[in-house]
Design a binder for this molecule. Sequence first.
Ligand SMILES: O=C(O)CCC(=O)C(=O)O
Ligand SMILES: [Fe+2]
Length: 311
Amino acid sequence: MKRSIPIIDLADIGLGNAEEPKQSTIDRVSKELDEAFVNIGFVYLKNHGIDNPTVDAVLRASQTFFELPDSCKDIYRRNSTQYDGYSGVDQEILESKNLHEVREAYDITSLDSFFPDKHQPEFRKTVSELVPKLCKLSHRLLRCLAVALGLDEEYFTRCHTMMCQGSDKNATTFRTLFYPSLADGAIKAGVERCGQHSDYGTFTLLFQDDIGGLEVLSGGEWIAATPILGTVLVNVGDLMQFWTANRYPATIHRVRVPEEEIRRRQPRQSLAFFVHPDNDVMVSPLNGSKNNSPISALAHLNLRYSQTYKY
Ligand SMILES: O=C(O)CCC(=O)C(=O)O
Ligand SMILES: [Fe+2]
């Protein structure tokens, strides 16, 4: 049977609710998250409390930045020692067989980081509205996951205390992605928008526009992760898979170049929030398995980056 990505209603765990969430909601959401992560590693959340205008404002400000000439964007390029900033087409190849991955991105690990203020001041303003909400929502999900795994409710939040305070402390990254129009000709072998990969950290939150193309590999089949307005998509990262001794799979996903030319001509945008533990947190499987030695969150991430970035 073809699996599908479930939708969970966060109800009073969502950020819209001023009061503490009810224990019954925490218990229900924890159970549903556990089921979704065990079965497919992906889930849509509704009623998360991050409003569409806040998300749309970042998408619009990002688009203006990405449409600048390369000579401007080059000023903000990230490199092997400086995680924050702009990456151009082909700078990150996620699937080694691909010749081209036609994707641009801008990464932020701290709101004090360097932003393209001179060329696009709205970018800092809109990202600074959204990122604190992403941190807050992530903490609420980390609590539910601890409950789901039978741990003390603060187990994971204690390991994620420095999110968005700079990559020297915690590598959690807000990334705005832009997949340019692929106007010319047919689809070519070895050209993707985003090659197949799993994410690296604890989990990822993803907002996507309505263009589509994201697919998730489950039970040997590719399943479309169709955009659903008002939801955020959450998926398990490699480090969480290791932490949970494979209970939660870091599911492989990709973004395909659309087959219909009319859709290929349209750029696609998404916003990803890659949640990582604090750099010095030592991670080992929660079930006590001694098959692998513990690894620090930072060492794990550096290993994964070294496999994908072309500098
Ligand atoms: O753009 C998307 O929808 C997904 C991007 C992604 O998987 C990633 O950047 O890790
Ligand atoms: Fe990803």
